[in-house]
Write a protein that binds this ligand. Structure first.
Ligand SMILES: O=c1[nH]c(=O)c2[nH]c(=O)[nH]c2[nH]1
Length: 292
């Protein structure tokens, strides 16, 4: 038996980067969390401690900030591609890079040139994988909390000796959508694509009469794939944020689907992928991404 080194990568995780673009008195900000990971001929440092091929994680961090100064950050996909290609093309031992960027949302305070309000927890995300000459882009949106107060049913499920859930033809449906979509190619109008995909996801959640959150999940992915040829696959992770109608009968009151207990845990967790059956292969696009 021999013991060998398996897959490995290393980098600087969660660099917090904020840029201010000064267009006269009117400023724009970008608030990003950037993680870099490099792969390649890295056995020496693991086996002997020889670091001659190890571009320090501190250097990777510095590169993120220097790149933000040297050219406009632009769309997160472009920024991640620039960084990933830089590491692979300038370090002989480095054959692959993974760059994750989360963009935190800020909105201008109405009428103000340089004051902003944070737009909640929602994040726009990208995960760029560079492997030699090839690159994969998986972008997404995280923690988009949505709720519909009707248009959702759940019934027809099996009843065994442990089943207590009542069937319902009218319930609240609420979830926090995390979606990631894999692009085919990298010559894409990232901003327009993101805006439209986010709109399609929300419009479908709202419009689809739901018989299960699973059905809603599939419909959301399908809507994106039907409308956006640049997307090969959509992965969705959607916690079912249960809202239970409160039993008001002890107080002599009827609850006509108006008063709910919003449970925070446990929650159903519905996850799935919707994809084209002729999509180009995913390579290492999803490798070590925090999706199922
Ligand atoms: O949309 C739903 N899907 C389920 O699988 C499920 N299970 C459950 O208890 N409630 C729900 N709702």
């Amino acid at each position: 038996m021999a013991i060998v080194l398996g897959p490995n990568q290393y980098g600087k995780a969660e660099n917090r980067l904020v840029t201010v673009t000064r267009d006269g008195a009117v400023h724009a900000i970008k608030d990003l969390t950037v993680s870099t990971s490099l792969r390649g001929d890295l056995a020496d440092t693991h086996l002997t401690g020889d670091n001659s091929k190890v571009l320090a994680t501190d250097t990777q961090k510095n590169t993120v900030y220097a790149f933000a100064k040297q050219a406009p950050v632009g769309e997160i996909e472009d920024f991640a591609l620039r960084l990933g290609r830089h590491f692979v093309s300038t370090q002989e031992a480095i054959t692959g890079a993974r760059v994750l960027v989360d963009e935190h949302s800020w909105q201008r305070i109405e009428g103000h040139d340089h004051s902003f309000v944070q737009g909640g927890n929602e994040k726009r995300t990208t995960a760029v994988t560079v492997d030699g000459e090839r690159a994969w882009v998986v972008s997404g949106v995280q923690d988009v909390v949505v709720l519909k107060s009707t248009g959702s049913e759940f019934h027809g499920f099996p009843r065994d000796e442990y089943t207590t859930l009542q069937e319902t033809d009218d319930r609240i449906l609420a979830t926090s959508v995390t979606a990631r979509w894999r692009y085919q190619g990298s010559d894409i109008d990232w901003a327009a694509s993101f805006t439209e995909i986010r709109r399609l996801l929300l419009a479908t959640f709202a419009a689809k009469h739901s018989l299960s959150l699973q059905q809603t999940l599939y419909a959301m992915g399908e809507a994106v794939l039907r409308a956006r040829p640049e997307v090969a696959e959509v992965r969705l992770s959607m916690p079912n944020k249960h809202h239970f109608a409160v039993d008001l009968s002890p107080f002599g009151l009827e609850n006509d689907n108006e008063v709910f207990y919003a449970a925070d845990r446990p929650y159903g967790l519905i996850e799935g992928s919707v994809l084209r059956d002729d999509a180009e292969d995913a390579g290492s696009a999803w490798y070590s991404l925090p999706t199922f």
